[in-house]
Design a protein around this ligand. Structure first.
Ligand code: TRP
Length: 363
């Protein structure tokens, strides 16, 4: 088998997560999450499908020892319902006791996507931070920072990491390289490792919740951590979540409004998009659907409900009724529309309140 390379700056569309786990050396979550003091259906339903060293984090939680969650956001556009998965995971880890580091990747955005720092700042605040707060992120034990405004030690680290890798290693992790990509990768490694610097309280377990596309950065950060003997770093852990599929099937993308629901979409838009575009696993005719039933495995409305319907019982009933033909596609779509619009109505109210809190997170 030829070596597979993931491109964290390209676009990936994973079809088979089991295969991806084997190819990329990601461990199955197994029972790891089962003894956590707080449950989440992303864990129990395999939406968070894999990890590296998450046992270090569950141990810390069990022993009430400090641990860190760090993640970053690329301030490239509007926030959609697919982004909510990582945000919910961040907030869940915060509830489990994590100290949270959240970085705005404005340096990476400038280098790899030509987004100015001013634009990045505006997007990060209006779209990301405001929505994060509305979804439940708390100020206590949260450090929100811009890559361009990190501390001196963080900046130094982003350069010192160069000494702990080789050009051949970078080429084998990333494939095609440019100076911009190398600088972005080093900056991200510094993001992931700096919570363990002396100024931040020294070595401790750190978990990075990300999509699979970010795996190369995780691997580089872990390799460098183990070679930085003088800093005594603990190799960072990672959690990987499945991406929410786009409305029409395929990839969900910020730049394609009919592939997603934005967190700012009004109820009528949500209804229209789902009615018109959500890929259906239903049969051609009513008669055939009643007789043979629908296919929840390919039905996007059902797939989305596995992310957004918290009750296992309700979800199972929807699944079984759809499969048996009792539930029609139009009815299934209505369930999703109601679910999302209820969430969005509440969320949009919370967003207004969140706007007043934004300044507390910025310094
Ligand atoms: N590269 C990430 C993205 O494209 C953003 C990012 C920057 C990040 N620093 C990070 C993610 C540290 C996780 C941890 O979305």
């Amino acid at each position: 088998m030829t070596k597979q390379i993931l491109d964290p700056w390209g676009s990936i569309n994973v079809k088979d997560y089991n295969l991806a786990m084997k190819q990329f050396g990601i461990s199955d979550l197994g029972n790891l999450h089962k003894n956590l003091p707080l449950k989440h259906h992303y864990f129990s339903r395999g939406i968070i499908f894999g990890h590296k060293d998450f046992n270090k984090i569950t141990e810390s939680i069990k022993n009430k020892k400090p641990f860190v969650m760090i993640t970053g956001l690329m301030p490239s556009g509007i926030l959609h319902i697919g982004h909510k998965i990582v945000v919910d995971t961040i907030i869940h880890l915060q509830k489990l006791g994590a100290e949270c580091y959240i970085t705005v990747a404005d340096i990476e955005a400038y280098l790899t996507r030509n987004i100015s720092r001013e634009q990045a700042r505006k997007t990060a605040i209006d779209q990301y931070l405001t929505n994060y707060i509305a979804l439940g992120l708390k100020k206590k034990k949260t450090k929100f920072y811009f890559q361009s405004k990190g501390s001196t030690e963080y900046n130094n680290l982003s350069k010192y990491v160069a000494k702990k890798t080789t050009f051949n290693e970078l080429k084998s992790i990333y494939g095609d390289l440019t100076p911009q990509k190398i600088t972005s990768a080093f900056t991200q490694v510094a993001d992931i490792l700096h919570p363990q610097l002396k100024e931040n309280g020294g070595p401790k377990p750190v978990v990075v919740p990300v999509g699979l596309d970010q795996l190369p950065h995780i691997n580089l950060a872990r390799d460098i951590a183990s070679r930085f003997k003088e800093l005594k770093l603990i190799q960072p852990s990672a959690l990987f979540n499945k991406l929410l599929p786009g409305l029409k099937g395929g990839k969900m993308s910020s730049s394609d409004p009919i592939s997603h629901i934005a967190l700012t979409d009004p109820p009528k838009t949500v209804e229209n998009k789902i009615r018109k575009y959500a890929f259906s696993g239903g049969k051609e005719t009513l008669k055939e659907h009643r007789e043979k039933g629908g296919n929840p495995d390919i039905d996007i409305s059902y797939q989305w409900l596995t992310y957004f319907e918290e009750s296992d019982e309700k979800l199972k009933k929807i699944h079984d009724d759809y499969k048996s033909g009792k539930l029609l596609t139009s009815e299934l779509k209505q369930i999703l529309i109601d679910k999302l619009n209820k969430f969005l109505k509440n969320h949009q109210k919370n967003r207004e309140k969140a706007k007043k809190q934004v300044s507390k997170f910025l310094n």
